[in-house]
Design a binder for this molecule. Structure first.
Ligand code: PEP
Ligand code: MG
Length: 317
């Protein structure tokens, strides 16, 4: 027997006062795509592609990549998928690419910067994505963007790839908001991209200058820190007429759903098995009440105070 949340997982998630919130899946394999479909994902909001590039002696060919993207797309049926280009650098390196000697790799050649530094890797990937977009609803999303110039350079490579894919695909272009600069410049970025997704893991790391996974600074890397919330709000304000998504760990914190909606978030990207839970949290939310009760969280002393307010709010609904 399916629980009520599971049966309702295939319906759209609408707040008690009638605002539809998109709940999509984070995917890192064909298997994940199957789980996303089974759990009622509205779409795939983040397809991580590092798995195609890591743990192998040579880069994947365009055909190899296209075959995997096609398989993921077919498993998702008619759901839209947003493929993120490779996010290497930081703690990840590739044996077939010259090693970079950097004192601070997380502040160095990572994400889109890595793709622009080794453009053959990125442009091959973009050709494979463009080929997939000939037959499926595909968006492309660039990770760790800091400046408009990077977006312009990435879009040029994409145009080059589209010209080589053997057709004329329509591809939405987006960026991850993971660097405070991108959140602060959201209104300007909105002129250069179709959509954004806030990567709360990296946005927290870069806002608090506290490395992900470093236990010594774990107390600082709180994704409910008001500084992070202010940047979430700045992103939503900058993109005001368009749906802003959140992904990363904050997106699977169900008590934070009303707060994120109040700040302007209109889409959540979560691991496949979490989709029914996020949809249930959206359906419990009354957006206007959440705005009344939660918008001052952005000015609270710290994440602990925010959490206390969210607990009170949840006990009231
Ligand atoms: C994030 O940074 O929140 C994110 C979703 O990207 P990743 O975890 O792959 O860095
Ligand atoms: Mg990230």
């Amino acid at each position: 027997r399916l629980s009520r949340a599971q049966t309702q997982a295939f319906e759209p998630a609408v707040t008690r006062d009638g605002v539809e919130i998109v709940v999509g899946a984070t995917i890192g394999s064909v298997e994940d795509a199957r789980r996303a479909a089974e759990n009622g994902a509205d779409l795939a909001g983040l397809v991580r592609t590092e798995f195609l590039f890591l743990d192998r002696p040579t880069p994947p060919t365009v055909d190899e990549q296209a075959a995997i993207y096609q398989a993921i797309a077919e498993t998702l049926g008619d759901r839209q998928l947003t493929i993120r280009t490779l996010d290497i650098g930081g703690d990840k390196s590739l044996p077939y690419v010259p090693q970079l000697l950097e004192a601070n790799p997380f502040l160095g050649t990572r994400g889109l910067r890595y793709g622009l530094t080794f453009p053959t890797l990125l442009s091959d990937q973009l050709v494979a994505i463009a080929q997939t977009a000939l037959t499926h609803r595909v968006n492309v999303m660039f990770p760790m963007v800091a400046t408009v110039a990077e977006v312009v350079a990435a879009r040029k490579l994409l145009d080059w790839a589209v010209a080589r894919c053997g057709g004329n695909p329509q591809i939405g272009v987006g960026v991850m908001v993971e660097v405070p600069a991108a959140a602060l410049r959201a209104a300007t970025l909105a002129r250069y991209v179709d959509f954004v997704s806030i990567g709360t893991n990296d946005l927290t790391q870069y806002t608090l200058a506290a490395e992900r996974g470093n236990a010594a600074v774990a107390h600082l890397s709180d994704n409910l820190d008001p500084a992070v919330l202010q940047l979430v709000k700045a992103t939503c304000d900058g993109f005001h007429e368009r749906k802003v998504a959140v992904c990363g760990e904050l997106a699977v914190d169900d008590t934070a759903v009303p707060l994120l909606c109040a700040l302007g978030v209109r889409a959540f990207t979560v691991r496949p098995t979490h989709i029914p839970l996020t949809k249930a949290a959206v359906r419990q939310t009354h957006l206007a009440t959440a705005k009344d009760w939660l918008l001052d969280c952005v000015d609270m002393t710290d994440g602990g105070a925010v959490r206390a307010r969210l607990d009170i709010f949840q006990s009231l609904v």
